[in-house]
Design a protein around this ligand. Structure first.
Ligand code: GLU
Ligand code: MG
Length: 437
């Protein structure tokens, strides 16, 4: 069959999907300048394809400009087409960034971090997902058997990630039924979110090559194990040296690290609407699911929203380099760029406010009464998407981090998603998200 290679340029949109258009590879140079056309109302296409209320209606035009810094080409060498993806930016026709360009929103947050603290952020997204077709019996958690059952997939996945320009770290059979996890090396700034978006597509593409399907849905069934996305963050100073750790401070948190984490925890109830943005996210974010249910810092505690990660290094320089913290209240329904923008803004807000480093909790917060929680300065995170959206929309500091009109657009989008699910059982809702993510 005759064939011509196509390139897909897509934007990580606010539904957490990569949406875009394909063009002949021969046109790539020209398209890097000219872009491809895009419609403002596309931003309101929810994860169920239904278009939420849009202030733009059928009007207006945008241009999607592919970024050669965010290119991934994977030829699986199975005779099928290569997966050739470029992420793009959404601009107005006069070249100005569009208000809902998620890559631009992240750039804005990173620039604010740099301006306020002089720091760059080094980050990595740790992804959990499940293979829908696997249907293995129970008893596979972390096992060699469970790994071997998908060893072909795992090996192709690692090769595909590397070919696509990412640096694979580990792959494992996770605890949940048919659940796997893949990690990649951390990257600076925008690149970290770009790689998270690319990784999801490579995982899906690899599963499809094996006649299977991967899903990053936050929760496959109400009683099951959640798929989390844990975001690891550390800082580099202007010389590129590690700047997260202070050996003399409590739990090793340098002043900016402590203030950053304090900001994330202070604004957490208002940003989960962005980092855990599906209906099923809020069943995952409940106590004893190893996710996050309160706005607490944990020292090596997997039920804390922010966890100080373990250090295996022994030498001071190596410890400083390895020291990082992990945001656990995120999932695969979130756009990596938007989630990171919200987390970075919250952290920088904490730095600007000069917040003291939080104390780490060492006990089960779910055992406390609401009064006891409040007395210690903790809150239970929102327990539903509508509640999370209200906290987001109601927090003027948080909505003020984004361009005028963005918060309203985001809430309208999510309300459209909610409308699609109205009246459905939790099982049906889980199935809808599993099909979408
Ligand atoms: N599956 C858990 C989650 O939903 C995380 C388990 C782990 O700590 O890796 O976040
Ligand atoms: Mg895990």
């Amino acid at each position: 069959m005759i064939r011509e290679e196509l390139v897909f340029v897509g934007v990580p949109d606010i539904a957490g999907r990569l949406r875009g258009k394909a063009f002949p590879r021969a046109d790539l140079e020209a398209r890097l300048q000219r872009g491809v056309g895009w419609t403002p109302t596309n931003v309101q296409i929810t994860c169920f394809d239904l278009i939420a209320e849009s202030p733009f209606g059928p009007l207006g035009d945008l241009v999607m400009i592919p970024d050669p810094q965010a290119e991934s080409r994977v030829d699986f060498q199975d005779g099928g087409p290569a997966d050739h993806i470029l992420l793009g930016d959404l601009r107005e026709l006069d070249g100005r960034p569009w208000l809902a360009c998620t890559r631009q929103l992240l750039r804005d947050a990173l620039e604010r971090l740099k301006r306020v603290s002089g720091l760059d952020a080094l980050m990595s997204f740790e992804h959990e997902f499940h293979l829908k077709g696997a249907e293995r019996p129970h008893g596979d958690a972390y096992s060699l058997g469970g790994f071997r059952a998908q060893a072909d997939f795992c090996e192709t996945l690692i090769a595909a990630l590397r070919t696509g320009g990412l640096d694979p770290d580990t792959v494992m059979k996770e605890y949940g039924a048919d659940q796997y996890e893949v990690t990649i090396d951390p990257k600076l700034g925008l690149r970290a979110a770009d790689e998270a978006a690319i990784l999801r597509e490579i995982v899906r593409g690899t599963a499809e090559r094996y006649g299977d399907a991967a899903s990053f849905t936050p929760l496959r069934n109400p009683a099951g194990v959640g798929n989390g996305v844990h975001i690891h963050i550390s800082f580099r100073d202007e010389e590129g040296q590690p700047a997260t750790y202070d050996p003399d401070a409590e739990h090793g948190m340098a002043v900016f690290t402590g203030a950053f984490i304090a900001g994330v925890l202070k604004y957490l109830d208002a940003i989960v609407a962005i980092t855990a943005p599906s209906v099923v996210s809020y069943t995952r974010l409940t106590p004893h699911r190893w996710s996050a249910a309160f706005n607490n810092l944990g020292f090596q505690d997997r039920e804390a929203s922010v966890r100080l990660c373990p250090i295996s290094a022994q030498e001071p320089d190596a410890i400083a380099k390895q020291f990082n913290f992990e945001y656990r209240a995120a999932d695969g329904a979130a756009t990596p760029h938007l989630a990171l923008a919200a987390i970075i803004h919250a952290g920088v807000q904490g730095i600007e406010e000069g917040l003291p480093a939080p104390k780490a909790t060492h006990y089960d917060l779910s055992a406390l009464t609401p009064q006891e929680l409040a007395a210690q300065g903790y809150i239970r995170l929102p327990q539903s998407l509508p509640e999370a959206l209200d906290r987001f929309a109601g927090n003027a500091t948080v909505t003020g981090w984004f361009p005028e009109g963005f918060a309203q657009l985001y809430c309208q989008h999510k309300r459209g998603e909610l409308a699609f699910l109205r009246g459905k059982s939790m099982e049906a809702v889980c199935a809808d998200y599993e099909a979408s993510y």
